[in-house]
Design a protein. Structure first.
Length: 257
């Protein structure tokens, strides 16, 4: 986004959320006239008003800080490093979830899909991957779709690519992240089939990850876990991707290992 003023940023997010000035004003219990004045710079919004509008527009915390700065206010949401004492409880909770999920794979990622932590079960996903892709920072989506990564072992690659790009597009729409747009463009250039809409098979509940491992096909369901009520940027952008067996054979092979 090249916009700079608070009013321009608010208008950007209002249009991203496909709301008219009247609709947003109704939700925020203000007048459409006042909202119009804020967007055009004829009125200066208070810090409280910006926070109020941000809530109704579901603006990510990182972008709320940018909005506050554009209006001349100090950022409200810290972005501490994960290794600071203030984040001990968050790190501990992440590690507990990851370890508790073994022997099934699970990894922690940030908003850009950079791998933050992982359990021992992830080694199964990483088998045979080009070591160059494992040099930090390691990107989980690049690992899965790169031709030298997991792509050659994914049985339903075209379907999995469709799932990944649908999810990534939704994430870009929500966050407006230029880094995610750049990542999507890179991944689209990888071979692997057309990006068609993911249509369900009979009785299919979710898109599985079907992966070859030592001559056997394993099938996984992925579940995303996020922290509730985050109050800083770092926590808001963390997620845990957990993979569960999608069939009995996969469960038996992993628990017997």
């Amino acid at each position: 986004m090249s916009t700079q003023t608070a009013g321009e940023l608010l208008r950007h997010w209002r249009l991203e959320r496909r709301l008219s000035q009247l609709e947003l004003a109704g939700r925020a219990e203000t007048s459409a006239r006042h909202l119009s004045f804020i967007e055009t710079g004829r009125a200066t919004p208070s810090r409280t008003m910006l926070a109020h509008l941000s809530e109704h527009l579901e603006i990510p915390l990182r972008e709320r800080n940018r909005l506050l700065l554009a209006a001349g206010y100090a950022p409200a949401y810290a972005e501490p490093s994960l290794d600071t004492p203030a984040m001990d409880a968050v790190r501990g909770a992440m590690r507990q979830i990851l370890v508790g999920h073994q022997p099934y794979p699970a990894l922690a990622i940030d908003q850009s899909w950079t791998m933050i932590d992982a359990n021992s079960g992830v080694a199964l996903l990483l088998a045979g991957i080009d070591p160059a892709l494992l040099n930090p920072p390691v990107n989980a989506l690049r690992l899965s779709l790169h031709p030298d990564g997991m792509a050659g072992r994914i049985v339903n690659l075209a379907q999995w690519r469709g799932h990944v790009f649908a999810r990534l597009s939704r994430q870009i729409e929500v966050t407006g992240s230029p880094a995610l747009v750049e990542l999507r463009d890179e991944l689209l250039a990888y071979p692997g089939g057309e990006i068609d809409p993911v249509l369900p098979e009979p009785d299919q509940a979710v898109v599985p990850l079907r992966l070859l491992s030592d001559g056997h096909e394993l099938s996984f369901l992925s579940v995303t876990t996020v922290f509730g009520t985050p109050m800083n940027v770092t926590v808001a952008e963390l997620a845990i991707e957990s993979f569960f067996p999608a069939d009995e054979d996969t469960m038996k092979r992993l628990t017997a290992a």
